[in-house]
Design a protein around this ligand. Structure first.
Ligand code: SF4
Length: 339
């Protein structure tokens, strides 16, 4: 007997795997990697997951999600949480994918670390029947942490497993999970940050992007984690780096697409300061506003005259210079900043 576990990197899914291993079932695990993390973030996540799962000697499949995940994010049937997190649809999406993998791997059922009543929307008891039926996997999703509170699943009814040793956890309390972690000597550590889609500020930037572009891409979403974002018009936005690493990332983004149209790289000359990336089709006023903000965040003193070099992508690689006095430009920040 074999099961495929959805691994989230948290203690709950670690325990769920352990509890099913106790029944003698062989387990493989899968983690779905969101397609908009930076390379650095991806490496951090993967190494964290591998450290955790190595305690259980389970084979871990890491699957990077692609465009169909982004299409789901654009219009989730069950709506969003407090940020841009469509948790119910996201769970259903993960389970559908896991269901396909289950068949490919010859597994008999799925395992998740979901707990009744732990999180809004996706993990209330009432959400489980929706998740089960919309994923097409009713009866095949085993949730050992809340086993005693849920109707028996096919693996239990058919006698493949017994979940008598499993707890009946409900709600947000962590007491039972911590006791089980101690019992099984499992080390765990919640990675800082969590899912980007639950971050309200990130969510605002995603909404802005979707409203302006009409669709999401991995590249455009990845940029949302870098720098300060300004929306000047539906056709033009700017990103200003906040530190050396972000400036490098903005430069790399521009350089990799330097032959494409509609990209602008801006830098205030003569003093340390950020790089700014313009995306889209700016009016001269839009370009001026991004230049003023690039000056604003440079180290030049206020009231000094500053030159900004503007490089345009495309075959011609045009260059322009804009000269203006530095002021605090709070009005522009308040008017255009997306946050
Ligand atoms: S927290 Fe993020 S990854 Fe988890 S279900 Fe919600 S949207 Fe999906």
């Amino acid at each position: 007997m074999k099961a495929l576990a959805l691994f989230s990197g948290g203690l709950d899914s670690l325990l769920a795997i352990k509890l099913i291993q106790e029944t003698g079932v062989e387990i493989e695990a899968v983690y779905f990697l969101q397609p908009f993390l930076s390379q650095k973030e991806e490496r951090k996540v993967v190494s964290h997951l591998q450290n955790l799962i190595s305690q259980l000697q389970v084979k871990l499949h890491i699957i990077r999600l692609d465009d169909d995940y982004l299409r789901m994010l654009e219009a989730p049937a069950h709506g969003y949480g407090k940020a841009f997190n469509p948790c119910l649809d996201c769970h259903i999406f993960f389970l559908r994918k896991a269901g396909e993998m289950m068949n490919e791997l010859g597994a008999d059922f799925l395992v998740t670390g979901e707990v009744v009543g732990q999180r809004p929307k996706s993990q209330y008891k009432t959400a489980f029947p929706i998740i089960d039926s919309e994923s097409g996997l009713a009866g095949l999703i085993v949730r050992p942490l809340s086993a005693g509170l849920l109707p028996p699943t096919i693996p239990e009814i058919k006698g493949w497993i017994s979940l008598k040793h499993c707890p009946s956890i409900q709600g947000r309390q962590r007491k039972v999970q911590l006791e089980l972690a101690k019992k099984y000597d499992l080390k765990f550590e919640t990675p800082a940050g969590g899912c980007l889609l639950t971050n309200v500020e990130y969510g605002r930037k995603v909404r802005d992007l979707l409203a302006a572009d009409g669709m999401l891409t991995s590249n455009s979403l990845r940029l949302l984690s870098i720098g300060r974002h300004f929306r000047f018009s539906p056709k033009y936005k700017g990103i200003i780096g906040r530190n050396h690493q972000e400036n490098q990332e903005l430069f790399r983004y521009f350089y990799a697409r330097r032959w494409d149209a509609h990209l602008y790289l801006l830098k205030a000359l003569g003093a340390p300061g950020p790089l700014a990336l313009g995306l889209g089709e700016p009016s001269s006023e839009d370009l001026r506003n991004l230049s003023l903000l690039t000056i604003r965040y440079s180290d030049h003193p206020y009231q000094s005259k500053v030159s900004v070099k503007i490089l345009t992508s495309g075959k011609d690689h045009q260059q322009a210079t804009f000269i203006e006095e530095k002021t605090d430009n709070q009005r522009l920040i308040e008017k255009f900043r997306i946050n």
